[in-house]
Design a protein around this ligand. Sequence first.
Ligand code: GBH
Length: 456
Amino acid sequence: MTQPHPQAFPPRFTWGVATSSYQIEGAAHEDGRSPSIWDTFCAAPGKVKGGDNGDVACDHYHRLDGDLDLIASLGVNAYRFSVAWPRILPGGRGAVNRAGLDFYSRLVDGLLARGITPWLTLYHWDLPQVLQDAGGWPARDTALAFGEYAAIVAAELGDRVGHFITINEPWVAAYLGHGAGVHAPGHTDLAESFAASHHLLLAHGLGVRAVRAAAPGAQVGITLNLAAAYPATDREADHAAAHRQDGFANRWYLDPVFGRGYPQDTVKLLGNASPQAQELVRPGDLDIIGTPSDFLGVNMYSRSVVETAPGEGWLGVRQLRPEGSEYTGFDWEVAPQSLSDLMLRLQRDYTPRAIYITENGATYPDTVSEDGTVHDEARTRYFQQHLAALEVALAGGAKVSGYFAWSLMDNFEWAEGYDKRFGIVHVDFDTQARTLKQSGRWYRDFLTRAQQGQPA
Ligand code: GBH
């Protein structure tokens, strides 16, 4: 069994756990929060498994102090959370809702009091419904509204928050939300999904600039979901398919964020659906999107293995499910080596100032045993394998500066509702009891060893 070595990680490495607002907060209709696109999506029949929604979730909004103690008990030195835009600006733009800001202000103070560095994500998918009604991400104005929102949050919290993530996973928000229709707002239009992707990227660039202006000392970056793409066979056609997949899932976001504009091979494949063809890319946009940032955040769960499939969609690619691999409860392949490959490739091709793994984790059907313990050996092994792979990447020269486990606790898993658990802490959604899982114990012990002898 591959075990990571705690001493292999540099001193001052960032060790954290991550969550997002809609997935844990609950209190969806309190203290002036307006509905987000996820409230609407959950209310539409047949969209979310079991008809679940985030009205209560982990009730984190009402359990802040206990949850802060829980985070501290893990021995992490960082906590990644997201701010709910509709709590701060119930109208999407304009008047600020003090009560919403106060909640995050208390959260930040509570983290700092416990010696934990706050990592604030500005957008983790809960767009105010009023902005959806005005066109949502396919409309350019939404990016401008995001810039205003980013400026407000940075001005209010930037005195205490030193790390900002603009957008979480633009591929998911754009494609799963507007192309595949499995996430809010549930649309299925390829051209629209690429309009959304352009405006999400534009929002990122405007966000970087807004944060820099309001909180000059802060570090700011974007979080992308990336999955290394491999050809199913050594045939040249499969290699080409893997390159196309990489263009769609990875380079489409990496290239513009690193100031290179959109990858031309993908633009060509997209034809009329590309933002260029739709005339959405205005002069100056690519400069804004390419504003240098301080770090690249990467959410990594799996890899993709593809073969060529001419005529199958615009991409001409078929995803395979390699035999003999292990799979998580989501049927995502456990592919730790792809994490090393991905980190080394990012270092080689993009030379980011720093890389942070802002999410990594797995879902399995956990059960609480009679004695109240949760034996999630598979999840523990997943973390061990991925941290060992990260160690290999570090040894190979990838500048990875931190790692956040997804997730602090079981929570609202989007279209899967509460059925899929990702926590290192178990949540009983009837009683809201939190129980540290075996994986959480392992992570805590590992971090203790990794941080031994370091100043708190
Ligand atoms: C993250 O997204 C989210 O940021 C987080 O909120 C969420 O709870 C967590 O993951 C767990 O789901 O469909 O087999 O091709 C993950 C984004 C995008 C990961 C698509 C896997 C493809 C797998 N994901 N992806 S597959």
